[in-house]
Design a protein around this ligand. Structure first.
Ligand code: ATP
Length: 304
């Protein structure tokens, strides 16, 4: 296992607000890493510190062998950042935006031109090269934002809520592009998102809450630990079904014409279904979701 980012004992306060409290974590090379938390949890603060945009109070960060504080320029050369808000010039064309950005990395004009062509190809915006950024749609802008972050061929791409505000179809196409970048370029992706179905695709998830790490694991591990499955039954005779469950000592709740039984695991549904045999109009086993896990971990919805 190769760690491309290592964060140790990181802390940051703004006056009396302790935004990040002594956190430790690492990110493995080439993986999709999701950094989740409710509003105000400390995500942006942590990312800004790792990306050299903000000084920490305490703690160490090592990124691809470069120490934060000592090798900040080398860190900047290795990372691309897509911010929540666009930072491109609306009056310049897509290509001009990319070339202008590329020129600040001290690369030759020829290399910048080649990198811009590659970035536009990967993000599928070649046909937009001569369009002014300000005239693009939301999805086209997001692709261009990502192309801009790729102009110096970074090893790690930081994506701060990359699909917020996009319609579902555009979200899907931007997301497919992100997955392709990782698969084909072996890029490490550091993602924050409020969409749990996106976090579900991550190789590893850290949940931060109130400046502290509240949980860590793969999406499957987190769902397993922090969410529960449920058996949803539509009975033929509702009061009879409720009595059967009560007599068997099985706790349940009611929702409209449905009866819900919380399960420790999906197979626990079998004896309950056997018990109610002949009195079931329909049923389904509902698996715990990342949304449930997030609420289980933080006690909060992902969006405040
Ligand atoms: P969101 O999901 O809303 O973007 P976040 O997880 O990125 O939130 P941060 O922006 O890192 O959270 O904020 C963490 C805490 O630090 C919050 O209580 C916030 O109000 C506070 N904070 C952040 N930036 C500043 C600042 N410049 N001055 C004072 N307090 C700040």
């Amino acid at each position: 296992m190769d760690k491309i980012i290592e964060v140790r004992g990181l802390s940051k306060s703004y006056g009396t607000v302790q935004a990040v409290k002594n956190i430790d974590f690492y990110v493995e090379t080439g993986k999709l890493f999701a950094f989740l938390g409710p509003n105000g949890a400390g995500k942006t603060t942590t990312i800004n510190i790792i990306c050299t945009l903000l000084d920490q109070d305490k703690g160490d960060v090592v990124l691809d062998g470069c120490a934060l504080g000592r090798d900040n320029q080398k860190i900047r050369d290795r990372i691309g950042i897509v911010f929540q808000e666009s930072v491109l010039d609306p009056l310049l064309t897509v290509k001009e935006n990319l070339l202008t950005r590329g020129s600040i990395y001290g690369l030759s004009a020829k290399v910048v031109e080649a990198n811009a062509a590659k970035a536009m190809k990967v993000t599928m915006i070649e046909d937009l090269a001569l369009r002014r950024y300000g005239t693009l749609s939301g999805g086209q802008r997001r692709r261009t934002d990502i192309a801009r972050a790729l102009i110096h061929r970074p090893k790690i791409l930081f994506l701060d809520e990359p699909t917020t505000g996009l319609d579902p179809q555009t979200r899907k196409s931007v997301w497919n592009m992100i997955e392709e970048l990782r698969r084909e370029e072996g890029m490490t992706i550091f993602l924050t998102t409020h969409y749990m179905e996106e976090a579900e695709k991550a190789d590893y998830v850290i949940v931060i809450d109130d400046g502290e790490i509240a949980a860590r694991g793969t999406p499957a591990e987190l769902k397993d630990k922090y969410s529960t499955d449920a058996l949803e039954i539509k009975p033929i005779d509702r009061s009879k079904a409720l009595n059967t469950l009560k007599d068997a000592g099985i706790a349940c709740s009611e929702q409209a014409d449905l009866i819900l039984v919380t399960l420790s695991s999906t197979v626990d549904a079998l004896p309950i279904l056997a018990l109610l045999e002949g009195n079931i109009a329909s049923f389904q086993v509902l698996n715990g979701t990342m949304d449930d896990a997030f609420i289980g971990i933080t006690g909060k919805e992902i969006r405040a």
